[in-house]
Design a protein. Sequence first.
Length: 478
Amino acid sequence: MTTAVRREPTLLQMSAPLVISFVMRAAFTFVDTAYAATIGDAAVAAIGLTVPFEFLMIAIWVGLSTGLTAALSRTMSAGEGEKIEQHLGVAWKLVWFVSPIFLAVGAIIWFLAPQGGLSDIVFQDFRVYASVLIAGSAFTSFWSVIPDSIVKAHQDTRSTMWAGIWSNVINITLNTLFLFVFNWGVFGIALSTVLGRIGGLVYAIVAARRHENARRAGGEHDVPGLDPHPYRTQLSLAVPAGLTFGLSSVEMAIVNTMLAGLTNATAAIAAYSIYHRVALFAMNPLIAISVAMLPFAGRLVGKKDWEGLRASIRQALGITFGYSIVLVTPIMVLLGPWLASALAESPETVSFARFSLYLVPLSCIVSTPFFLARPVFEALGQGRPGLIMAAVRSLILTVPLAWGGQELAVAMGYPGLYGMMLGLLAVGALSSAGFVVWLQRTLREVVREHSAADTDVPLEGSTSELAPDPTLHPEPPE
């Protein structure tokens, strides 16, 4: 009698449901911009100004999810049922710690947001939209960390996909109702987003409970023992991952500050908001592949299949470049002008948005190598390289290249926004190139170290165990 061997999914098989999920989630955020366009450029600009706060929330969410998913995956594979429950308890405490902070952030935006050089209508729309979105999502977003991590640890990416679909359907339905029936403006747009996330949360909770009930009923996770440092286990990856995404929030805040300083600030902010939403929508299939890369690369690292790891990286890069050139480029060339006219109000904003949307394919090409390198480093148990490169990108490269591009464009008689955006593309290209070079050198060093270790012969009579795999138990960040 033969036992069926479980075939492990390929990178593309793991990525496919996540691609659908991420596209739906991108549409989920893009819907707000589309509906805001029916109100005017001020509403679109207000949504663009909220992006740094959204990125900050996403950064914390990603950090918590990365730490918990990694911990659950390890304990499930080892059959350590007590540790699973321990890590879930720790994660709930972290969620309850973080959620009230963003509730307070929403209140601070309402009462203390500086108006700066913004017009009154842009400032008021921003204050309403940002306060409702951030405060309202403080609990619904972070509560989803637990069920989402459980589902991913069980390798059920389809449930993640369906959670995103339900969120988007509810968001579109409520947006239509609140905006066109109740005439609630940007308040209705923000509220529909908050309530839409509840639908995805409920679906994820049901799926996670089903998986956990099956796991407990199976009785396979009966290995006793607790993690002596459960917080360190989760935070050792959560902190670098969260800070890496948090620096994206800093980068967006810098860009918005520079945009607000332009003479045509409202049109520039609105156009950049349209560009950002469209670019994020186009990048989401590529981001989904990078998310699937973490567990996929981790499996190859555990097997010490270094050639397979290199091949998967080459495959992922080939897919991203092909997608950007073959699909995104013609779509932007053909539909970019129409999108600009549909989402912008004033002729100046339309002109700015049209130029910006032509840059979306280039944005995909220069950004995705950065996205793909980070999860490979994390699979190797190294969270700090991603944090370091994100800091270089946001804190060192963004200001001089964006400002230099702006000044050069103005000197040549073009709008400053054009030069700023080209400068930001240069930031993405340089940071991606540097990150990929670093990854290649790291892989060579890791292969060399493991090859040397494989040739070592233990001393006769030695009872010492092999050292734990650093990729499974990463050291906490210094």
